[in-house]
Design a protein around this ligand. Sequence first.
Ligand SMILES: [Zn+2]
Length: 139
Amino acid sequence: MAVTLKEKRELNNFLDLLAFSTVERFYPTSAMNYTHVTSLEDTFDYFLDLVESGELSIVWEVKCTTDKFICARKIKDAHSKEVLLNKDVTCDICGHEFTVSANDLFPAFEITPDFRQIVREDKKKTSNRLKIKRSYARA
Ligand SMILES: [Zn+2]
């Protein structure tokens, strides 16, 4: 499955908003809260496509996954999984010690500086165009 055209547009609008905000990092689930997209897998796949084409970069976060209670402390992160896998880590909140496995890794995404710049310049142009139209209207 893949995201539909409508979903793609919603996700792109979400990314445009983020490019204007100071948000550094976001999760596929936050995109789903903002849009009507219901499949986490499709959202993730679409973002991976955007990593491929340069709009986004992916960051893997190691979260504390102790099964005794919910901690979910972010312990470490890196742009590649390989840097994190099989490393021994300790949670500074609950003291849980573990070796990082694929199950402890959670994907997050960041807007690349290039894409952020393009979106911002685009919006500037749009507002200039509006200004031009308004001055014509006045004349
Ligand atoms: Zn913990």
